[in-house]
Every structure is written in structure tokens, then in C-alpha cells.
Write a protein that binds this ligand. Structure first.
Ligand code: UD1
Ligand code: CA
Length: 454
């Protein structure tokens, strides 16, 4: 069945008390709306239409380049009015699945199963039994048959006692779309065109309406205020963490980990408390992550250990590498197998070869480092002259003494040794000791200054 998806995202979200359009508020590092778009892709719809209104430019800007059709709803006169704006854009005859941009945790499988169960109904909705139904549209049934959806503000006290609620998910049969959308009225407490009224209208037309009850209430939480946003964030985290544990990851405390993206894992991975993972992170077999690490868009190969308090951003880490504690690995860092980065070391846009060690208090930037290199404590690559960045090359087997400055562009050749405290401005030849500090002298005719008497 060819399917068109319409995602409603024009509302302001007054209850968020924020200048940002509600659907752009971030959940797990991406906008609420992005979550809905991503899940709906799995249904392979013919088109995805996003209705924008409040902050339309901003929403389109943040969601560009994803093959979405944007339809503007200039005045936000209700969810039904939002769908009406799409009528000219929906591929004729297609069934329409309406999703709300503020219901971000809905799973593709749930949508697919609802579509399957809808059979030939004119309208099919996804409902759930809410623990706290306040604010949601209530499902009115007569015996079993669905009769209508009544919004909170229009509901009688008896209707308010109903705890079966509308999730926002609705499938409308292609041949019913025009009739239902044009029959909506705004004679209700909010003077809005409610999309939910299509249920009552279909029943009055004598058409079949079905409600599929969603078994997982967590999936259908709507985000209308900061409290619900935090609740959804916590649920998302729980979902991700449970998935990791199912893959065999040892998580020291499932309540103290944040996953804002996708984490792929091998076997016997361990993650200590308070770690944050963002973007796409890959952890190989036996990788161990210490407490308080922030890791973003990075792959870490098998047997590597990330010690506590380490920040890693857009890096490629080999096997059996050790990093930290207190290390900062910045974008463009590539660490080969067996490399070692110690405390208070910063690296950026640098390749560090197999088995090389930068153990203490160093900055390595724009550097190509061979294998089995040893960098002494406090070594700095001076890669920036205030205008341009330049490259440092350190070949295999080099030993750099402590507190050395390598002023780029500069090359230290194979197996060279640099004496401690040197400022290296020219290439250092292979296999030789190069040293640039002043000779040590002791001044005989010198005495300590004495305090002046006034
Ligand atoms: C809506 C449903 C309610 C359901 C709940 C589920 C209606 C009338 N009510 O209520 O039955 O239980 O969602 O979370 O549909 N929007 C527009 N244009 C508008 C108004 C809203 O695009 O003119 C968008 C909003 O951006 C939002 C979505 O539609 O993404 C839902 O709007 P909202 O005002 O949050 O509806 P609820 O009161 O939550
Ligand atoms: Ca809502």
C-alpha cells in the first residue's frame, strides 16, 4: 500500500516556555522532530511531509537535505487545520499516516503493526492506557466500538475519568482523506480544527474506525513541557542502555550513563559511571571505559582502555591502546595499535604510530608520528605561528627528551634523540643526539641578593 506520512510540527509549544520551536528541542542530541522522521523512514513511505509554522525557517533549516517536503501552516488553527494544508501535496489515493512531531519515541515496529491491523478501516488510531491521562485526548467507546476522541478541555468529568488516550498516531485511508479533512469544524473549547474529530465523523458516516492499543505507554509520551522532555530523555537512555546490556556490555550503573546517538559494541565491553556517548561510537571487544569520559563520533578497537576523565572527539583508536586519565583527544587524531597517551595530554589532527608513547603533559598537533616513539613529559609541538598551521614529522624510534618544543614545520628523523629542554627549529638527523639548550655553567663570583635597608 503506497503510504504518505504527514508529520505535524507547526505548533509553538507554549508550555515549553522557550523561544525555540518545540519540535527542535533536543532529545539525546537531536531534535524531537528528527526522531520522528528517522523512525518513519523504516516504513518506506512514498513521501514525508512536514507541516511547519511556528519558527518555520528555523525548522526547515535544521531539517534540510533529508528529502522532506515542507508545507507551511501560517496560522496554527489546530491539528486538523495542519492536515488540511497538506491536501494538495499528498500523492492522490495514498493512505496517510499522521504523526506528531512532539511524540518522539514511537517505534517503527509499532507503526507498522498498527498499519497492518488497520485492515480496511477508514481511520485507525493508536491508543494507550495512560497512568496520568491529563491533557491527552480520550477515546470514547460504546461497548468495544470506538465512537470519538474528546480533548481534555472539552471532556465532561466522566470522560476525563477515561484513561484510554489518543497517541497522536492516525492512519487515514486514501479515499476518505478529502471528505474527512473538509468536514472538520472548530466549534470546541479551543476553537481549533481538531484532527481527532475525524473519528466521530467517520462513525457518523457509518465507516469503520479501529483503535489499536499500544502495549508500551513509554512510546507515546507527548512532549509538551520540560518535565515531559526530561522524562522522555530518561526513557530513551533506559532503552539504549538496556540494548547495550542485551549485547553483553557491563554497565556499572545504568542510571549514570548518557547515550546521545548510536553505540556499537563488541563482546565484554565495560563502561564505568558518568560516561557520555554522542554521535556514532564503536567499541571493540574487551574495551573498557573508565568513569566520567565523554566520547563522540569515535571508534575504539579491541582491548583498548580509556582511563577516567578523558574526552575523545572524532578519533580513530587502534587495538590495545591506553588513554588517560585526564586526556583530551581532539578531532583528527589517529592512534595506532599499542599506542599510549597519558595524563594531561592533548592531541589534535595527528597520527601516532604503533607502540608510541606520549605519557605526560604534552600537546601534539598537526603531527605525523611513526612507531615506537617516546615523547618526554611536557613536549609541545608548536604548530601555529599566529597565522598558519604547520606540520611536525617524528619518524620511527625517536626519543624526545622532556620539555622540548618542536617548532613546525620540522622533522625529527629515524631513531634520533632530542636532549631535554630543547627548542628544535631545524630538522634533527637520524640516529644522532640533537640538543639546543644553553650549556650549563656555574657562576663562581655570585652571591644571593641581600634585602635593602631603608
Ligand atoms: C494532541 C491530540 C490529543 C493527543 C495528543 C497526543 C489533537 C486535537 N489533540 O493534543 O488527542 O492525545 O496530541 O500527544 O490533535 N500542531 C500543528 N499545527 C497546529 C497545532 C498543532 O502542526 O495548529 C502540531 C504541534 O506542533 C505538535 C502536534 O501538532 O507537534 C500536536 O499538537 P499539540 O498542541 O501538542 O496537541 P496536544 O494538545 O498535545
Ligand atoms: Ca502534544
Amino acid at each position: 500500500m503506497p503510504l504518505s506520512i504527514v508529520i505535524l510540527a507547526a505548533g509553538q509549544g507554549t508550555r515549553m516556555k522557550s523561544a525555540r520551536p518545540k519540535v527542535l528541542h533536543q532529545l539525546a542530541g537531536k531534535p524531537l522532530l528528527q526522531h520522528v522522521v528517522d523512525s518513519s523512514r523504516a516504513l518506506e513511505p512514498e513521501q514525508i511531509i512536514v507541516v511547519v509554522g511556528h519558527g518555520a525557517d528555523q525548522v526547515q533549516n535544521e531539517m534540510q537535505g533529508q528529502d522532506l517536503q515542507f508545507v507551511e501552516q501560517r496560522e496554527q488553527l489546530g491539528t486538523g487545520h495542519a492536515l488540511q494544508q497538506c491536501l494538495d501535496h499528498i500523492n492522490p489515493g495514498n493512505a496517510v499516516l499522521v504523526l506528531y512531531g512532539d511524540v518522539p519515541l514511537i517505534r517503527a515496529e509499532t507503526m507498522a503493526s498498527m498499519i497492518e491491523q488497520s485492515r480496511d478501516a477508514a481511520v485507525c488510531i493508536l491508543s494507550w492506557e495512560a497512568e496520568n491521562p491529563f491533557g491527552y485526548g480520550r477515546i470514547i467507546r460504546n461497548q468495544q466500538a470506538v465512537q470519538a476522541i474528546v480533548e481534555q478541555k472539552d471532556a465532561t468529568p466522566e470522560q476525563q475519568a477515561i484513561d484510554e488516550c489518543h497517541s497522536g498516531l492516525m492512519l487515514i485511508r486514501g479515499d476518505k482523506l478529502q471528505r474527512l479533512a473538509s468536514a472538520l469544524k472548530n466549534d470546541n473549547a479551543q476553537q481549533e480544527y481538531y484532527l481527532t474529530d475525524v473519528v466521530g465523523i467517520s462513525v457518523a458516516d457509518g465507516d469503520l474506525v479501529c483503535a489499536v492499543v499500544c502495549s508500551d505507554p513509554d512510546e507515546v509520551i507527548g512532549v509538551n513541557n520540560q518535565r515531559q522532555l526530561a522524562a522522555v530523555e530518561a526513557l530513551y537512555r533506559t532503552r539504549q542502555v538496556e540494548m547495550l546490556m542485551e549485547h553483553g556490555v557491563k554497565i556499572y550503573d545504568p542510571a549514570r550513563i548518557d547515550l546521545r546517538g548510536v553505540v556499537e559494541v563488541g563482546k565484554d565491553v565495560e563502561i564505568d559511571v558518568n560516561c557520555i556517548f554522542e554521535g556514532t561510537v564503536t567499541l571493540g571487544d574487551n574495551v573498557r571505559i573508565g568513569a566520567n569520559c565523554v566520547i563522540r563520533n569515535t571508534s575504539i578497537a579491541a582491548d583498548s582502555v580509556i582511563q577516567p576523565m578523558t574526552s575523545i572527539d572524532e578519533a580513530v583508536i587502534g587495538r590495545n591502546v591506553s588513554i588517560g586519565p585526564f586526556a583530551r583527544i581532539r578531532p583528527g587524531t589517529e592512534l595506532a595499535d599499542e599506542a599510549k597517551i597519558g595524563n594531561f595530554v592533548e592531541t589534535k589532527k595527528s597520527q601516532i604510530g604503533r607502540g608510541s608513547k606520549v605519557n605526560h603533559l604534552s600537546y601534539i598537533g598537526d603531527t605525523e608520528m611513526g612507531s615506537e616513539v617516546n615523547i618526554g613529559a611536557g613536549t609541545i609541538t608548536c604548530n601555529y605561528d599566529g597565522v598558519n598551521k604547520s606540520k611536525t614529522v617524528i619518524e620511527d624510534g625517536v626519543f624526545i627528551g622532556s620539555d622540548t618544543q618542536l617548532v613546525a614545520p620540522v622533522r625529527v628523523e629515524r631513531n634520533a634523540t632530542i636532549g631535554a629542554g630543547s627548542t628544535i627549529t631545524r630538522n634533527a638527523p637520524a640516529d644522532k643526539l640533537t640538543i639546543s639548550r644553553a650549556k650549563q655553567v656555574t657562576i663562581g663570583a655570585w652571591s644571593k641578593p641581600k634585602k635593602k635597608e631603608n
